[in-house]
Design a protein around this ligand. Structure first.
Ligand code: ZN
Ligand code: ZN
Length: 224
């Protein structure tokens, strides 16, 4: 099967076009991993992605945001990853995550759960996988003692986020996330691929905190 896929969709580096891999080693090394984090609201630099004041925190339900890289650094990879069914790109992201997450493993306690942000059903039908779930699995391999639970889902009725502007996104996402039965939640790593307005992460966090979560660290590959 892979053999046939390679004939019809030969792997080429998304950055330089060289054949063989989805991104060649040289281009991969050029992706800049963030050397610092930011306050999720005002984007002031800091070491751990926490909010710098109560003022900055007031509209957010998560407590911390860890961003691996900037969106423009990996835009072409993300597009391939999400829309061209190249599930094997997960190994590239695995490496990216590994570099950044090593720095924040200190904050991980033994009762930490890794939870992927849910995917819209229409997108799931198109892609056949939830990219956040794949990333979440990668994280459980990178950080010891974490357990994956895929307990969030989107209600059927919701429209697709990507097609909306900011104010409509905020309205659309409100009350759109459901939670399935789960063990008691305390420390959470909430995973998504890209954060834009943060509205999805925020709504997931609201639902998780309503069911007992104490501390939520959102981890994303890239920020737009
Ligand atoms: Zn290349
Ligand atoms: Zn701030």
């Amino acid at each position: 099967m892979n053999f046939l896929l390679d004939i019809f969709f030969p792997k080429v580096c998304v950055k330089c076009g060289q054949q063989g891999l989805n991104i060649c080693d040289e281009c991969f090394r050029k992706i800049k991993i963030r050397k610092f984090q930011q306050c999720p609201h005002c984007r002031k630099q800091n070491a751990d992605g926490k909010f710098c004041s109560d003022y900055c925190k007031k509209d957010y339900m998560f407590d911390q945001l860890i961003v691996c890289t900037d969106y423009r650094q990996i835009k072409s990879l993300i597009i391939k990853f999400k829309y061209k069914f190249t599930k094997d790109l997960i190994s590239i992201f695995h490496n990216l995550l590994k570099v950044e997450l090593k720095k924040c493993t200190k904050i991980i306690t033994a009762d930490t759960f890794v939870i992927p942000a849910p995917i819209h059903k229409t997108n799931y039908k198109k892609r056949g996988f939830n990219q956040a779930l794949l990333l979440a699995k990668a994280i459980t391999q990178i950080i010891p003692n974490t357990k994956l639970i895929d307990c969030l889902s989107e209600k059927e009725s919701r429209g697709q986020q990507a097609k909306l502007d900011r104010s409509h996104r905020l309205k659309n996402i409100k009350n759109s996330i459901e939670i399935r039965p789960h063990p008691p939640l305390k420390n959470i790593l909430l995973i998504d691929d890209i954060v834009t307005t943060g509205s999805t992460l925020n709504e997931c966090s609201r639902v998780l905190k309503n069911t007992g979560a104490k501390h939520i660290t959102a981890i994303v590959l890239a920020r737009n």
